[in-house]
Design a protein around this ligand. Structure first.
Ligand code: AP5
Length: 217
C-alpha cells in the first residue's frame, strides 16, 4: 500500500500514521520528523530549515524532494509506505509522481483528514511530545499517565517551537495558500478520499480503515 496521509497541521496525520504502521506494517515517512531531526543534529539541512519551520513557512521544494527520494529507496519501503506531510505543494506532488514512476510503482490512495480550524488550533497548542522516543500526547485529549512525563520512557515532555499559537495560525494560512491546491491535483487522478478527522483517534482510524477497505473491495 503506497499511501499519502494528507491534511492541515494538527489534522492527526502523525497520530494515524502510527496506527497504520501497527495495522499494515507500512513505515511512516514524515518530512517534518526528518527535518526536526536534522535541526536537532545541527546539520547544514537543519540549520537552513530551522528558521523557516519556526516561522510557519515551507522549506524549499528541492530540499524536501531530495529527502523523500532518498527515503523511498530504503528497503523498508519496498512493501509500501505512508507519507505524512509530503507533498505540500503541487511541484512536490509532481516530483513524487516522477519518483514513483522511476521505481515502477504508483500511489494507491490519498486520504485527506478534514478538521475545522479552531479544533486544529486547540490540538496543536495542547500538543506535547517526547524528545527521546517521539511519542505524541495532548494536554487534555491524550494526556500522559504522569503529568509532563512520557509513558514509554519517562522523559520530560516538550512543546514544539512551531506550536506557539501565532505560529500555528501562520502554518494554517500557509496550508490554505500552498498545500490545499494539492487536493485538486489528486482528485483529478481519482486518488483522493476525504475522511472526517474529528472525534477520537480510534474513531478516525475506523474511518480510515473503511476508506482503505473500499479501495480493495
Ligand atoms: P510537520 O511536522 O509535517 O507538521 P504539520 O503538517 O504541521 O503536522 P503536525 O505534525 O503539526 O500535525 P499532524 O497532522 O501530524 O497531527 P498530530 O497527529 O501530531 O511539518 C513541520 C514543518 O516542517 C512545516 O511547517 C514546514 O516548515 C516543514 N515541512 C515539513 N514537511 C514539508 C514539506 N513537504 N515541504 C516543505 N516544508 C515541510 O496531532 C496533533 C495533536 O492533536 C496531538 O497532540 C495529538 O495527540 C492530537 N490529536 C490527534 N488526533 C486527535 C483526535 N482525533 N482527537 C483529539 N486529539 C487528537
Amino acid at each position: 500500500m503506497d499511501l499519502i496521509l494528507f491534511g492541515p497541521p494538527g489534522a492527526g496525520k502523525g497520530t494515524q500514521a502510527q496506527r497504520l504502521l501497527e495495522a499494515y506494517r507500512a513505515p511512516q515517512i514524515s518530512t517534518g520528523d526528518i527535518l526536526r531531526q536534522a535541526v536537532k543534529d545541527g546539520t547544514p539541512l537543519g540549520q537552513r530549515a530551522r528558521p523557516i519551520m519556526e516561522s510557519g513557512q515551507l522549506v524549499p521544494d528541492a530540499l524536501v524532494i531530495d529527502i523523500v527520494q532518498e527515503r523511498l529507496r530504503q528497503p523498508d519501503c519496498a512493501g509500501g509506505f505512508v507519507l505524512d506531510g509530503f507533498p505540500r505543494t503541487v511541484a512536490q506532488a509532481q516530483a513524487l509522481d516522477r519518483m514513483l514512476a522511476s521505481l515502477g510503482r504508483h500511489l494507491d490512495r490519498v486520504l485527506s483528514l478534514e478538521v475545522p480550524l479552531e479544533v486544529l488550533v486547540k490540538r496543536l497548542t495542547g500538543r506535547r511530545s517526547c524528545p527521546t522516543c517521539g511519542r505524541v500526547y495532548h494536554l487534555t485529549e491524550a494526556p500522559p499517565r504522569a503529568p509532563g512525563a512520557c509513558d514509554a520512557c519517562g522523559t520530560a515532555l516538550v512543546q514544539r517551537p512551531d506550536d506557539a499559537e501565532e505560529v500555528v495560525r501562520e502554518r494554517q494560512a500557509t496550508y490554505r495558500r500552498q498545500t490545499e491546491p494539492v487536493k485538486a491535483y489528486y482528485a483529478a487522478q481519482g486518488l483522493l478520499r476525504e475522511v472526517d478527522g474529528t472525534g477520537t483517534p480510534d474513531q478516525v482510524f475506523g474511518r480510515i480503515r473503511a476508506a482503505l477497505d473500499k479501495k480493495t473491495a
